[in-house]
Design a protein around this ligand. Structure first.
Ligand code: PLP
Length: 490
């Protein structure tokens, strides 16, 4: 607040120690005068449109667009002036603000970013980056395609005719079904199989995955009743057995995804659950979250149970995401026994949850890559990133640091990334990073500048510096990343 200027804010007046009413009234009047004169000092739109910079902007877009931008800017400025405390901006300021508005408006809302967070499956950044094969397939399906048409016979065909057999082939399942995402898969499964009945879940698995997906709520939404068994840290097969009633329909096992209970714990195995389920005529459904199709450990990557291991373990249905570890587009995949899946296929919700043609095409192309695990590891970005060697990551960090040396203070250092997407939450992945600092910019300001660039760069702020983690940056992106950082700092 300006020196000597009376306080006007109601809150400050109320809490101020000495603000007699008469003073308040006077200060209110004084302030109103000041605001009015500041508002009067604002230029007319006509004058703004005559500025050389505005004329140039109008040539690049249109006079109407520039006039609309000035109107928006003036509305905002008037609102700011009425709040007090700010001076009338200069004409040059107003032109700058209009230009920023026009530029921002030309950019698409959803745009590419470089992920330098070190979190491979980052839900906020679009989860799995797609393989080139998947991108090409989605592009090819954008026009007319044989989505529900059998080209051989010339009659109507099944929507996921190409994808479901591939899923069966890759997981050893008898049947498969594809929906919009794993949340939809679990909702559909519980609704079709357990609506009106009971679902038994361990208290250690009543998790919230994020974005409001909570297992108890999904069960309720499916019209089923949740029966909790065991304790947070220990649930035994006897707990499940004692809870089975004539109303029980499903035993649900849920991957804990984004958290772990460690220490004094006990979890019931799929095999034990399968034995109980099948002896009592129940269905064992496993919400696996980010399902892996190949054994990542065998490839020197961290261990996650594979979808086929879960099926062999006795699950009747396994539900998992297409865009987590698997590295495909957003999709919910259900595999298992035909008798368990057919009520889902026929359920009215199926139509509401079905996948669109471009995602189906990208999914099929991604699954095809898995026919040869070596190809999958080379071509699917999530798998490739999980298996990077320390020396390659370090070399990438050094290269970036060299390109940035003249622009900022840089350090190359060891770092730790994550798989993300609910997979392996406690397991850190060894990585290398470039730590940036700048004499005039705080790390948060630096981060904001980089986010606003084209492409936007998302890193993480740590220890007073901005960390750019190389785990999630491709070799092909290093030069572009360096250019984006330089542009942001100039
Ligand atoms: C991520 C996850 C889901 C939700 O998957 P979406 O594909 O995001 O809908 C459901 N269950 C588990 C265990 C998960 O990890």
């Amino acid at each position: 607040m300006d020196e000597g200027q009376p306080q006007v804010s109601g809150r400050e007046a109320a809490f101020g120690d000495a603000s007699p009413e008469r003073d308040d009234a006077m200060s209110g009047e004084l302030m109103a005068d000041r605001v009015a004169s500041r508002l009067r000092a604002l230029p007319q739109i006509q004058r703004l449109l005559e500025q050389p910079e505005a004329v140039r902007l109008a040539r690049a877009s249109s006079r109407a667009a520039v006039a609309a931008a000035f109107r928006t800017v003036l509305d905002r400025v008037r609102a700011e002036l009425r709040l007090g405390d700010v001076e009338t901006p200069t004409v040059a300021d107003l032109v700058d603000r209009a230009e920023a508005l026009i530029t921002a408006d030309r950019l698409p809302g959803l745009r590419r970013v470089i992920n330098a967070t070190g979190v491979i499956i980052h839900t906020n950044l679009g989860r799995a980056p797609l393989a080139a094969e998947a991108v090409a397939a989605a592009g090819a399906a954008h026009g007319y395609c044989n989505l529900e048409f059998d080209l051989e016979s010339g009659v109507r065909g099944a929507r996921a005719q190409a994808v479901e057999p591939l899923l069966c082939e890759l997981t050893g399942a008898q049947a498969a079904l594809v929906v919009n995402n794993a949340a939809a898969a679990v909702l559909l499964g519980l609704t079709a199989l357990a609506g009106g009945g009971e679902v038994i879940v361990s208290r250690g698995e009543l998790v919230e995955i994020g974005g409001g997906f909570r297992i108890p709520d999904v069960i309720a939404q499916g019209g089923a009743r949740l029966v909790e068994v065991g304790t947070t840290n220990k649930t035994r097969i006897e707990d499940y057995a004692a809870a089975v009633t004539p109303q029980t329909r499903v035993l649900l096992k849920v991957h804990q995804s984004n958290y772990r209970i460690i220490g004094f714990t006990e979890e019931t195995s799929l095999a034990e659950l399968a034995e109980l389920a099948h002896a009592r005529g129940l269905i064992l459904m496993h919400d696996l979250g980010g399902g892996a199709l190949i054994d990542l450990q065998a490839e020197g990557r961290p261990h996650e149970p594979t979808v086929s291991q879960c099926l062999r373990g006795g699950a009747d249905i396994v539900a998992f995401s297409g865009d987590k570890l698997m590295g495909g587009p957003q999709a919910g995949l259900l595999v298992g026994a035909e008798t368990a899946l057919s009520p889902l296929r026929r359920h009215p919700l199926m139509r509401a949850l079905r996948l669109d043609k471009m995602s189906l095409a990208a999914l099929e192309a991604t699954l095809r890559l898995y026919r040869d695990p070596e190809t999958a590891i080379r071509r699917i970005p999530t798998l490739r990133m999980l298996g990077q060697g320390a020396s390659a990551l370090q070399a990438r960090a050094r290269r970036l640091a060299q390109l940035l040396e003249a622009t900022a203070d840089v350090d190359v250092e060891a770092s730790q990334g994550y798989a993300g997407g609910g997979a392996l939450p406690e397991q850190r992945l060894a990585s290398w990073a470039v730590a940036l600092s700048h004499p005039e910019l705080s790390p948060d300001a630096l981060a904001a500048q980089l986010r606003a660039g084209r492409p936007g760069v998302v890193g993480r702020v740590n220890g007073g510096r901005l960390i750019l983690d190389m785990l999630t940056v491709a070799d092909e992106e290093v030069i572009e990343l360096a250019a984006a950082v330089r542009a942001a700092l100039i």
